[in-house]
Each structure stands twice: as C-alpha cells, then as structure tokens.
Ligand binder design. Structure first.
Ligand SMILES: [Mn+2]
Length: 438
C-alpha cells in the first residue's frame, strides 16, 4: 500500500471510454509505422516534481500531501517515497522514470554521506526496477538547490564548489550507469549570471567546458554507453543561463570539441521562454546532429516563467512529432514528464489524471504525425519548394565550382530573373490541422 494505491492500474480502453482513469489513445501495444506506441514515445515520469515537490511556490507553502517530505529526509522517508514512486510508475503503466540524486536519497551534509545515501537509494531502485520492469531513462545531479550553488556549480567563483559539483556528478553518473540508465542529463540551472558587473563571463565558460570535458572523460572511463545531454534554458532562476537555447549549446560544444559527445534534452517551455517554438529547437538540434531527448512539459503563453504544466494541446505538438517520425523515433531519448501539478490538485488521483491526459495528448500528436508522414503531402510541398537546387544551377553552386564573381557573371550573362513562387504556408498549416482527428 502507498499513497498512490487508490487507483487501479491504468489501461487502454479506447476513445469511447467513460473512465477518467483509462487511456483513450495511448495503447502501448498498438503498432504505428512498424513500431509499438510505447517504443515511439518512451514515456518517463520524473521523481522530483511528482514525489519531491510539496506544491510550494514563491508566495506560499506546500499544498500536496507528501508525507515522506520534511526539512531533512531520513533513509526511512526516502524509502517510503521510493515505494510510493514505483507504485505510481507501475499503476500508470509507463516504461521509464527519471531522477535527481538529492530528490531521491536521504539528506546528506558531507560528500561521504552523500555517496553512502545515494548508494542506499540506488540499491532500493535496483530492487524496485527488477520487480516492476520500470527502467531508467536518465539520472541527473541537482547542482542548483543547495545554497552552495547560488553562484553556479561548475561556473562558481569558488573552486571548492566546482569540486563538490564534480563529486556529485561522479556519484550520480556511476549510479545511472549501474542502473542501466539510457542517458545522463546536465541542467545548468545556476550556470549563468545575475549581474555582469560581478561576473567574469569568459572565465566561467572555460570552467563550464572543463567540467563537461571531465564528465565526458569519466563516462568513457566507466564504460557508460548512454548519451550525455544538456538541457537548454534561457533564464530562471538566473537572469541569463549560458545554455540559452539549442543553437547556443551547439556553438559551445563545437568551440570545446564536445559536439560529438553531448546532445540536448529539449523542454517545450524552455523553448517558449527563449522566444522560440518547440519545433524550432528540435529542427536546430536535428540540423546540428545533437537531438537527444524531450521534456514535454509546457508553459503558459501569457506568463514568462516556467510553469511546467502537463501538455494538453495535441495539435500544437504535431509539427514536432512529424520531425520525430521522420527520424523514425528517438535513439536513446524519450518523452519525460518534467511537469508539476497545479497547487490545488491535492488528491493523489490528480497525479494520475495529469499524466493520463498528457500521455494521451502526445499519443494523439504521434498518430496525426504518422498519418502526415505516410500521406507525404507536407514533404512533397517542401521538396517542390527547393526543387531548383536539384537543377544544374543549384548543383554548380553547391559543388563549389563557382566563385562569387563567376556566379555574378553567370547571373548577369544569362539575364536571370527569378519569379516569386508561393511558399504554400497556409496549405502546410491546413495539412497539420486536418490530420488532428484522434
Ligand atoms: Mn526539464
């Protein structure tokens, strides 16, 4: 028995079901373009917001019943939390979970204690994973909550803080490796600045690169085959975060020779906060060869902070899912619900309802995207738009055979007079809309 035992295991009952605790669309065994739905979506529940966040915000105290939380977490409390979390994963029927070190383990004050407490909860996780078949999508170290990280972790002005962060990541990466995790994530929540007046930006970027290089080196040393992922976010809690968006992360990785070692975990609302579309971030990551995984929680378009809400608008997600389907799915990534309940959603049932609604939403988007890719009209429209590049002029430009002057002469001599052609944007938008029927 746990806090979450009140709901029967959630099953697929189809679109006509009247049961709010059933999937209407997510049918894990349904085959879509040759692959099961659960293999396409690779859904993960996150440990921190779902079990380690009591529903507080900057103006008010926690509202959610989470009896295993307190100012300091004992091993017993951490174990009760673990039991509740795995009971929830199993009843929800998802294949993966994700966790931060300090959100799962008993509170530690020294690094020795930290390593011991993490190992204890790792052993508990390993046993629950074996019992339930739930797997680890990724692990990550929390390098932002403790006051020591107020000035950054790897980008701290204090090398002792850098060393603490290194010790935490070493432990968590090794735990993730032993638990068979498929990725390891770094979210640089404090890797940025609040004011440039007291910040040496160039020095901090060098520190950050040194840290990341050490992580990559250790990954290879211990034989971890998973993917190292950075999660871009432009700001909050800092005024400016160095991992601002996918393009900024790629430039950083390239500069320090890490572009083949590290990919990105893209979060819907982090794209929104950066003033970008979610599908833009995916497109940039694919173009640069660094697409890894997704945090599917969204923001609210009318406010400028990270509300971490469960997704509920399938049509909005379809352009992103089309890209995923074109790539034939994730390699090691998945859809992680890094999402928070609203503070009034105080019943254990609300955590189920939130995830069921979110999982059905991404399932709807997947089915629509699969239809769009199969039909091929959107791809045909795109190909037609660029067809000139398949002709002799396009080929000669791309081959490098023409200099700027040579091309200018050719354009002048041939009297080129390109005529504007339709971009068919409204048609493209209609193709998305008319396939959203699930
Ligand atoms: Mn996230």
């Amino acid at each position: 028995m746990s806090l979450f035992s009140t709901v029967e295991p959630v099953r697929f009952e189809g679109p006509d079901s009247q049961n709010e605790f059933a999937y209407r669309v997510y049918d894990r065994n349904r085959v879509v373009l040759g692959k099961r739905m659960d293999e396409w979506l690779r859904v993960a529940v996150c440990y921190w917001h779902s079990f380690n966040w009591p529903g507080h915000d900057i103006f008010g105290a926690g509202t959610l019943p989470r009896p295993w939380l307190g100012a300091s977490i004992s091993q017993e409390m951490a174990d009760v939390k673990l039991t509740a979390a795995f009971d929830f994963f199993k009843r929800l029927g998802v294949p993966y979970f994700t966790f931060h070190d300090v959100d799962a383990m008993a509170t530690a004050t020294t690094l020795k204690e930290h390593a011991n407490n993490l190992k204890k909860i790792e052993d508990g996780m390993a046993a629950r994973m074996a019992d339930t078949g739930v797997k680890l999508l990724w692990g990550t170290a929390n390098l932002f909550s403790h006051p020591r990280y107020a000035g950054g972790a790897s980008t701290s002005p204090d090398p002792e803080v850098f060393a603490w962060a290194a010790a935490q990541v070493r432990c968590c990466l090794e735990t993730t490796h032993r638990l068979g995790g498929e990725n390891y994530v770094l979210w640089g929540g404090r890797e940025g600045y609040d004011s440039l007046l007291n910040t040496d930006l160039g020095r901090e970027l060098e520190q950050y690169a040194r840290f990341l290089s050490m992580v990559v080196e250790h990954k290879h040393k211990i034989g971890f085959k998973g993917t190292i992922l950075i999660e871009p976010k432009p700001f909050e809690p800092t005024k400016h975060q160095y991992d601002h968006d996918v393009a900024a992360v790629y430039a950083f990785l390239q500069r320090y020779g890490l572009a083949k070692e590290v990919k990105v975990n893209i979060e819907v609302n982090h794209a929104t906060l950066a003033g970008l579309d979610f599908e833009h971030e995916i497109a940039v990551a694919r173009a640069c060869g660094i697409f890894g995984s997704i945090d599917i929680n969204r923001g609210d378009p009318r406010n400028g902070w990270d509300t971490d809400q469960f997704p509920n608008n399938a049509q909005e997600l379809v352009p992103s899912l089309v890209q995923l389907v074109q790539d034939k799915g994730f390699a090691t990534g998945g859809f992680n619900f890094d999402a928070k309940l609203r503070r009034q959603s105080v019943e254990p049932a609300d955590l189920y309802l939130a995830h069921i609604g979110g999982i059905d939403t991404i399932s709807r988007a997947l089915l629509a995207a699969a239809d769009i890719v199969t039909e091929g009209a959107l791809e045909k429209l795109k190909q037609k738009r660029y067809e000139g590049w398949g002709g002799s002029l396009g080929k000669r430009i791309n081959s490098g055979e023409l200099s700027l002057a040579g091309l200018a002469d050719l354009a002048t001599d041939q009297g080129l007079n390109p005529v504007p052609r339709s971009g068919r944007q409204e048609l493209a938008e209609s193709i998305i809309a008319r396939h959203c029927k699930y």
